[in-house]
Design a protein around this ligand. Sequence first.
Ligand code: SER
Length: 633
Amino acid sequence: MTSHELREKYLKFFQARGHKVIPSAPLIPEGDSSTLFIGSGMQPLVPYLLGEKHPDGTKLVNSQKSFRAEDIEEVGDNRHTTFFEMLGNWSLGDYWKKDQLAWFFEFLTNKETGVGLPADRLYVSVFVGDPENNIPRDEESPAIWQNLFETGGIPAPIVELITEEKGSEEGMQEGRIFYYGAKKNWWSRTGVPANMPVGEPGGPDSEVFYDFGTPHDPKFGKNCHPNCDCGRFLEIGNSVFMEYVKTERGFEKLKQQNVDFGGGLERLAAASNNDPDIFEVDVLKGVFDALRKNYSWDYGSVEIDQKSRMRIVADHVRAAVFMIGDGVLPSNKERGYVLRRLLRRSIFNAYKFAPGFSNLYPLVRVVTDIYNDAYPELSQQTKKIQEVFEAEEMKFMETLERGEKEIEKRIKEHNGLSGKDAFDLFQTFGYPLELTKEVAESRGYLHIGLLQGFEVELEKYKEKHRKLSQTASSGMFKGGLVDHEPQTIKHHTAHHLLLAALRQVLGSHVLQRGSNVSSERLRIDFSHPEKMTKEQLEQAEKIVNQKISENLEVKREEMPKAEAEKSGALAEFGAKYGEVVSVYSIYNKDGSVFSREFCGGPHVAHTGELGQFKIKKEEAVSAGVRRIKATTI
Ligand code: SER
């Protein structure tokens, strides 16, 4: 089955079961700073999972464009891609486990209405519970699964594996249904319960794996089991039973029981082809066909390391096309930087290793043509996307030339090449290590010290970067200002006062969803389902001005993250923090806390330093998220 057929079939299947088809949201999240890109189908739907009414009702289905930057380095094997489409169906407080699991099982196994996979190739996992967080074991899902399999004549014993280590130790034990812990069978945008910020929804999940029947590779553990990474099993769908939200008091039930299902389109297509290489699926194969035709780079006959280069090129080119189509341009920060990396990695792999390769941009049309039916808006932008590719290609070629000059200079000066040289070339000149290695080898300068030295420098750099990015992420999400002008700092403190005031006026569902502070104004995005009334705005403004006139103390403390969470410090929705965090509190005159937030600072010492606080504008950012712009003069 082609992925286009599969996408259509899935949408129709759920449409016939009362679901409304909704379009894919763009790859760039709106009003949600938890990730740079949309990485799963549920992300644009968070406000509705939290209880807001969706205009299309309580049963939804779609195929969502997704991108996972954390997988860039993984691309090259037969199943990792950075860009993918996620098929999703949702119950917003509507149907629950029984319908979801039965429908998905039917879609997977029925030849007419679905994919027609043999049921005995399917294995499932379920959640064992998390006593520490008071989240019970899922007893319902295994019973439903057992019934579905046994009705189809397939015995379905239940096995407790809990961890990957135990899985590798004990193996399949002829099981069909496997209990695992939170690392594998709990889903939230930020992972396991302990890593979730207050306000984040999550829930136990049940995954389905397809068994390709390939032999177990002991490199990945003693025995094989569904969550083993050896390649025999591929996860093809995940039903999340999203019924919890993390609160300051621990986990509580959401207003409604939601189903959030997600399945990788190409993974499902790979299972339907019974071929574990997802790059053999039509959409990616189309890129390979072009590479063979235009550059005689033949996926079917090249060596395995060439194969992984071709996968990198195909994956990265496709991801870059979609990203540029959604408005991202190459730059040195955030999304633009991710795009630049994708382009450079694909250019590098293609130039260096495909004989006869001249430029990459003709592949843009190949991708937009492949996706013309599902994403016609992409085809319309082909020319623009090609131009971005071409310009970046030229820039990168210059980088390579500069790097080549520098490497010659260093070889002469140092009479050889050190690890530090290799790292400088990479870090300062953008010159890839692989090329340095090649030059070094051809001159007889390649030695183990060069590679080890490079690793040492890289680790040092990463450590520095980790620290910086912790500050930067607190910058992105919570102040941690880059600009330390006095007026910007004042706006930053006013930002904290305003968030606390909004929670007083509107309620504790108000959480920060994004922020931006400059010398001109402060901007806060926060969760709130409706437009604020004039009275509410006046009230919030009044509270902030009152706190300014009281000249309250602003105090910074460092503490372990868990302690900060316990103390009720507010974190931005979805933001990630290090183990030790900096917390800013504004104390009322009676010593009680008016505001307390995870924050990198800086702030004024006393609120009296701020001028008159004024709200300039209140508007919508996206469903369930409002934005206020304000100043202190
Ligand atoms: N949100 C879940 C996932 O991304 C299911 O859609 O796996």
